[in-house]
Design a protein around this ligand. Structure first.
Ligand code: MLT
Ligand code: ZN
Length: 470
């Protein structure tokens, strides 16, 4: 049993009131949206300056105190939970916008800046920060970077990785690295910035980022199609992609839709009930783009790829249709679903889906299964709800068993067991389905370079050699 951290010394490093130990803060900051319930952290630290973050890391190395970096805690894989009484370092108070450059079209922000705030800052300057999720109102830039978050417009704008022009991190050694500094071209060897993107707080604490903004989007068109069978999704994707400039191509099943309609007290968007729906967003700078999209709809209905469609008439309609997709996670959250976030290359989706469907149908005959996700990125969310009356522990055991079978299919297709939610605690046992032993060994080696004492987010992503059960 490790000895408790000397919190009095930690508190002495920071101005008063920045080390919290009250039960409410410990409970709130020790958890993320994965809702894993674990022992509370030893304390929560709220640094307000990079020098304070560095001081906390020095303290952690000196006293061998494990730290858990924490952003908006909207993660779904337990990457920001305190699993063993660690000290949580919340970046929430480091939330300033530091600099804006209209020529470079970049904004420099501290790690705790909330995604929605950055979007609004960019919009007020005639630009756009295009990374967007249902959790934009609470997710923070540092957390988005640490998990390489994707979201709803990846087919157009990529993931966080594509937006980060520069990054400042305090490594587990306590070094402050100023990586890439906003450069577009920089051929000076290893681009360390990319090691920290998606590292889930295991290598360093992200304290600042320079983000690339885009031109504001043109007016959009949104339409919803009723899709009778999953294999038609790729026909639809290819047809729309050839005809219009797509910015999103999303899927949800009727069970997902029913949950949203019930939770939000909404009417069905289409008269017909269909097993699946595709939500398509495209640039609509003029009437020609809309005509081109409508021509695809006609073709799709004639070919049997879609059985019905509704086209947004104005921006309010666009928002109404998007709400059906964006509200799914929130609508099913009260049922505590078992979540999977898997991906393959888009071209493999039909074969992959057919195989996963077979596994899922055979394995969960009595459980409601929900499909939704970002088909345009090859990313599917497979959510399973506990059948009424089934003991929660038995449900969890069954889900673990089925996960292995699903991940075998993922591996056979060269896919990922975590497309965008991260690995954290929940997926680390399955990392080997997506990463080779040599890759995981290389990751451990990189961890040892930046965090030699293993103080940063221990037990997340993978176990280091010492943590591994023997
Ligand atoms: C989504 O696509 O809605 C989010 O990734 C959340 C989820 O998968 O539940
Ligand atoms: Zn998603």
């Amino acid at each position: 049993m490790p000895s408790p951290p000397p919190l009095d010394r930690l508190a002495a490093l920071l101005p008063p009131g920045r080390v919290l130990t009250d039960a409410e803060s410990l409970a709130a900051f020790g958890r993320d949206w994965s809702e894993i319930h674990l022992p509370p952290p030893a304390a929560v630290v709220l640094p307000r300056a990079v020098a304070e973050v560095a001081a906390v890391v020095r303290f952690a190395n000196e006293h061998r105190v494990p730290l858990v970096p924490s952003g908006g805690r909207t993660g779904m894989s337990g990457g920001a939970v305190a699993s063993a009484g660690e000290v949580v370092v919340s970046l929430a108070r480091l939330d300033r916008v530091l600099d804006f450059d209209p020529v470079d079209r970049t904004v420099r922000v501290e790690a705790g800046a909330v995604t929605r705030g950055v979007q609004e800052f960019a919009a007020a300057r005639g630009l756009c920060f295009p990374i967007d999720f249902a959790s934009s109102g609470s997710s923070q830039i540092g957390g988005n970077i640490a998990t390489n978050a994707g979201g709803l417009k990846v087919i157009r704008h990529g993931t966080m990785r594509d937006r980060v022009a520069g990054l400042k991190v305090v490594t587990g050694r306590g070094d402050l690295l100023d990586l890439n500094r906003g450069l577009v071209k920089n051929a000076t060897g290893y681009d360390l910035r990319h090691l920290f993107i998606g590292s889930e707080g295991t290598l360093g604490l992200i304290v600042e980022a320079t983000l690339r903004l885009t031109a504001p989007p043109p007016p959009r068109g949104v339409l919803l199609l009723a899709v009778p069978a999953l294999p038609h999704l790729l026909d639809l994707l290819c047809a729309f992609r050839a005809a219009v400039a797509l910015s999103a191509f999303e899927l949800f099943c009727d069970t997902s839709l029913r949950h949203v309609l019930a939770a939000r007290r909404l009417e069905r968007p289409l008269a017909a009930v269909s097993p699946f729906y595709a939500l398509v967003e495209f640039d609509r700078p003029d009437g020609a783009a809309e005509d081109a999209a409508l021509a695809v709809v006609e073709r799709a209905v004639a070919a049997g790829w879609a059985s019905d469609a509704v086209v947004a008439q104005d921006e309010a309609d666009c928002r109404r249709l998007w709400l059906l997709r964006e509200s799914i996670a929130e609508s099913i959250a009260p049922e505590d679903p078992h979540k999977n976030d898997i991906s393959v290359t888009v071209s493999r989706l039909p074969a992959f889906l057919a195989e996963v469907e077979r596994v899922v149908r055979a394995s969960y005959p009595d459980a409601p299964v929900l499909w939704y996700g970002h088909v345009g990125d090859g990313n599917l969310h497979l959510n399973v709800l506990r059948p009424e009356g089934l003991d929660p522990a038995e449900f969890a055991r069954r889900c673990r068993e089925v996960d292995e079978r699903v991940f075998e299919v993922v591996a056979a297709h060269g896919g990922s067991v975590s497309a965008e939610h991260g690995v954290g605690l929940l997926k680390k046992d399955y990392l080997g389905y997506s990463r080779s032993a040599a890759e995981i060994a290389a990751m451990r080696g990189i961890k040892a370079v930046f965090d030699p004492n293993g103080i940063l987010n221990p037990g997340k992503l993978f176990d280091t050699a010492e943590e591994e059960p023997t």
